[in-house]
Design a protein around this ligand. Structure first.
Ligand SMILES: Cc1cc2nc3c(=O)[nH]c(=O)nc-3n(C[C@H](O)[C@H](O)[C@H](O)COP(=O)(O)OP(=O)(O)OC[C@H]3O[C@@H](n4cnc5c(N)ncnc54)[C@H](O)[C@@H]3O)c2cc1C
Length: 473
C-alpha cells in the first residue's frame, strides 16, 4: 500500500471509523454487520463503513462508482427492497438521459443555477453521461427534439450492467435499510433495519442521495428533510415540479376530452411562454409546456388566493389577423364545430377549450373568436400533488454546502442528486444534474478525505510517536 493509503487509514481511525479515541479503525463490515455496543441503547448497534451512501438512485450509484474506482470502501443503504426504482420508472418513458443542446442553453434550464450546480454540470457534461451509458453497453442516440436516449429506450439493461460494475468494484448494497436521522452524541447516521434494529453507521464520510419527494412509493419520500431539520440543517420546502395543474373543468370537458392532446400550443403566464403539447386530464392539464411553466405557476399561486391566470394560444403559428380572416368566411350549413375545425384546424378538445370561457357558447364575431383562440384564459387552482410529480423543487440549499458538496455545519456529511435545491424541466436535465452532483460529491468526499489525510501526514511528520497505527483495509 502506498503512503497515501496508509495515511488515509490513520485519518479514518482519527475521525471515528469504528475506533474510539484513536483506536485503530475496524475493517468495513459486510453486509451491515451489527456490533452491539454496551454503551448504546439496546436497540442501537454499530456498523462500520469507510464511506456510507444513503440512497441507491442514480446520484448515489454514480458517487459509489467514482469512490470505489478510487479505491474507497463503499456501503450503499436504501430503504427499498431493490435499487433505483425511480430510474426504472423513468425508463418506461424511454429514459431521456440528457439533452444535446449547447451547454450555455443547457445550463439556462436550471433554476436556480447555483454556481456549484453550474460547476458540477460543466465538469460532468451530457457527453460524459452518454459515455457512461455507453460504457455500460447502452448505445445512445439523439432524438429529433435533441433529447438523448439509450437505444434500448428503457433503464433495466443499463441498471443491470451498472449494478454488476459496482459489484465488481466491491460496492456493498444494503437494501431495506432506512435512514432515520443522526445519533445525538456522535452525529452518526442512524439506519433502521427490517428486524427492528437501529444501526449507528460509523463512516469516514456520509453521502445523502435520498432523492426528492415525488412518487414516494418508489422510495424517495422526502422524509429525510425532517431528519435534517431536526439536526439543525435548513431545508427548503419540498414542492411538486414537472407536474400537472388543476383546473375546474366543466363536466363536458372532463367527461369527453380527458386524455386528449392539445398539440403545438403555447402556454403563457406572467409574460413567459412555453410551447409544446399539453394533455387534458380529468382535473386539469399535463404535459411539457405545463411542466415548464410550473415555477411561474407556483409563484402566481403563492401571490393570489384566486388561483393563477394562464392563457393558451391554440394556434401560435397564425396571428389573430389571419385567424380573423379565416373565421370571416361564410359558415353555410356546417355545424359550428365543423366550420371552426375547417377554418382553424383546431381539434375537438381545442374547440371544447374555447367553449369553457363562455360556459359552452363561442364568441359570435370573428375578431373576438380569433382573439380567444390566441389566448384562452384559464385559472389554475393548484398544482397537482407530489405523489405523481416527475420531480421535486426545494431541498437542501446549495448555500448550505461547500465546494465539495459537504454540509458546512456538518463536516463529513455530503449531499447529491434531486434532494438538492434545484429545478429543471423534463428533457434529460433532471438525470444530468443528478449524475453530475453525484460525481461532484464523490470528488468532494475524496478531496475532503485527502485534505484530512494531508493534515494527518503533516502532524505525523511533526510528531511521529503520537500517530495511531495505520491499519490495512
Ligand atoms: C415518472 C418519472 C419519469 C422520469 N423520467 C425522467 C427522464 O426521462 N429523464 C430525466 O432526466 N429524469 C426523469 N425523471 C426524474 C429522475 O428519475 C430523477 O430526477 C432521478 O431519479 C433522481 O435521482 P436521485 O438519485 O437523486 O434520487 P432517486 O432516484 O429518487 O433515488 C433516491 C433513493 O434514495 C432512497 N431513499 C430515500 N429516502 C431514504 C431513506 N430515508 N433511507 C434510505 N433510503 C432512502 C430511495 O429509496 C431511492 O432509491 C423521471 C421521474 C419520474 C417520477
Amino acid at each position: 500500500m502506498g503512503i497515501d493509503g496508509q495515511y488515509r487509514n490513520v485519518v479514518m481511525a482519527r475521525i471515528g471509523e469504528g475506533g474510539q479515541d484513536g483506536e485503530p479503525a475496524k475493517p468495513a463490515a459486510h453486509p451491515a454487520v451489527s456490533v452491539p455496543s454496551p454503551a448504546s441503547p439496546p436497540t442501537i448497534a454499530r456498523a462500520t463503513s469507510s464511506i456510507a451512501i444513503v440512497g441507491a438512485g442514480p446520484a448515489g450509484l454514480m458517487a459509489a462508482e467514482r469512490l470505489a474506482t478510487r479505491g474507497y470502501s463503499v456501503d450503499v443503504y436504501d430503504q427499498m427492497a431493490s435499487p433505483a426504482r425511480k430510474l426504472l420508472l423513468a425508463g418506461r418513458g424511454g429514459l431521456n438521459l440528457t439533452h444535446s443542446e449547447p451547454i450555455d442553453a443547457f445550463l439556462r434550464r436550471y433554476t436556480p443555477l447555483h454556481p456549484l450546480l453550474e460547476k458540477a454540470l460543466r465538469a460532468f457534461t451530457p457527453d460524459d453521461l452518454r459515455a457512461h451509458a455507453e460504457g455500460l453497453g447502452q448505445e445512445t442516440f439523439i432524438g429529433s427534439s435533441g433529447r438523448v436516449f439509450p437505444r434500448a429506450m428503457k433503464a433495466s439493461p443499463l441498471l443491470r450492467a451498472w449494478l454488476m460494475r459496482l459489484d465488481r468494484l466491491g460496492v456493498r448494497l444494503h437494501t431495506r435499510r432506512r435512514f432515520v436521522g443522526f445519533a445525538l452524541g456522535s452525529g452518526a447516521p442512524l439506519i433502521d433495519t427490517p428486524s427492528g434494529e437501529r444501526i449507528e453507521i460509523q463512516a469516514s464520510a456520509v453521502l445523502l442521495a435520498c432523492g426528492g419527494a415525488s412518487w414516494p412509493r418508489l422510495g424517495s419520500d422526502g422524509a429525510w428533510a425532517e431528519a435534517l431539520r431536526v439536526a439543525g440543517i435548513e431545508v427548503a420546502e419540498l414542492l411538486p415540479a414537472n407536474c400537472g395543474v388543476r383546473i375546474a373543468w366543466s363536466d363536458a370537458m372532463r367527461t369527453r376530452h380527458a386524455g386528449a392532446p392539445l398539440k403545438r400550443i403555447t402556454l403563457s403566464i406572467d409574460g413567459a411562454r412555453f410551447a409544446g403539447e399539453a394533455i387534458v386530464t380529468q382535473s386539469g392539464l399535463e404535459g411539457g409546456p405545463v411542466y415548464a411553466a410550473i415555477p411561474c405557476i407556483r409563484r402566481a399561486l403563492a401571490r393570489s388566493t384566486h388561483g393563477a391566470s394562464i392563457a393558451i394560444d391554440l394556434r401560435p403559428d397564425l396571428d389573430a389577423g389571419e385567424l380573423e380572416k379565416r373565421l370571416a368566411r361564410p359558415r353555410g350549413k356546417q355545424s359550428a364545430a365543423t366550420w371552426l375545425r375547417k377554418a382553424t384546424g383546431l381539434s375537438p378538445a381545442a374547440i371544447a377549450l374555447l367553449r369553457e370561457e363562455g360556459g359552452g357558447a363561442l364568441p359570435g364575431d370573428p375578431a373576438s373568436l380569433a382573439r380567444l383562440i390566441k389566448a384562452v384564459p384559464l385559472i389554475v387552482t393548484a398544482t397537482a400533488g407530489l405523489d405523481r410529480a416527475i420531480s421535486t423543487a426545494g431541498g437542501l440549499p446549495f448555500d448550505a454546502l461547500d465546494a465539495n458538496l459537504m454540509v458546512r455545519s456538518r463536516p463529513g456529511l455530503f449531499a447529491a442528486g434531486e434532494m438538492l435545491d434545484w429545478e429543471a424541466p423534463t428533457g434529460g436535465y433532471l438525470l444530468q444534474a443528478t449524475y453530475a452532483t453525484g460525481v461532484m460529491a464523490a470528488e468532494g468526499i475524496a478531496n475532503w478525505l485527502g485534505a484530512l489525510s494531508d493534515r494527518a501526514l503533516a502532524e505525523f511528520l511533526e510528531n511521529p510517536e503520537n500517530a495511531p497505527a495505520a491499519q490495512a483495509t
